[in-house]
Design a protein. Structure first.
Length: 208
């Protein structure tokens, strides 16, 4: 049944798959796999933030400017997601989702657009593997001229985590969440992606 021209069948409601995790945890790799498998548009906050380099350079390295541009990138991401959802198209949102306020915005968006939201958190158990991954990604970013706004060394990462002060470990309420160990030996992105898709399907994700 439709309401105001919108589909109200929960099995037909568009999906919001919200990635969550610190830099270098493998969430973007998994997000790309899910986007390809589910044929959903991927909205990556880093793509938006990377494009703000000229503005960042004009404003200077002040932390206030960085925070302002970071918040702007999130706002752009929400707006793009909203446009897709308005047309019944699900989205994969790739960001750290480090603040509860970011999740609250997605929950509001899901309510506005009658969408179903799921969280996919990437949490590596092997810190050494995480460090290697971070170093490798930083080298790739340097070669492409991207990722200048992200931690490039483990020292940078430790400072970032210290600044969060544990606030990234917030209660997500009744939003379905699956935690993926992205450093588990012998488990590739295909295995992780299949497990995530199965989780979504068995937690009200309809015909994913």
């Amino acid at each position: 049944m439709a309401e105001n021209g919108r589909e109200t069948n929960p099995d037909k409601a568009p999906l919001i798959i919200a990635m969550k995790g610190h830099p270098g945890t493998g969430k973007s790799t998994l997000a790309h796999y899910l986007a390809s498998s589910l044929k959903l548009p991927l909205i990556d906050k880093d793509d938006i933030r990377d494009s703000t380099l000229p503005v960042q350079e004009a404003l200077g390295p002040a932390s206030a400017a960085s925070r302002l541009l970071n918040d702007l990138c999130y706002d752009v991401m929400w707006r793009i997601a909203s446009t897709q959802l308005q047309h019944g198209i699900g989205v994969i949102v790739d960001s750290p989702l480090s603040r509860r306020a970011h999740l609250d915005r997605l929950i509001s968006l899901a309510a506005e657009q009658r969408a179903r939201i799921f969280i996919v958190e990437c949490r590596p158990s092997d810190e050494a593997a995480w460090q290697r991954r971070l170093k490798g990604r930083a080298a790739q970013d340097e070669g492409r001229g991207t990722g200048w706004h992200k931690p490039s060394t483990w020292h940078d990462m430790e400072r970032l985590l210290e600044g969060y002060g544990g606030r990234t470990e917030y209660d997500v309420g009744d939003v379905p969440k699956v935690v993926v160990d992205t450093t588990k030996p012998g488990v590739g992105v295909e295995d992780m992606g299949s497990a995530v898709i199965e989780f979504i399907a068995t937690h009200g994700g309809g015909g994913v």
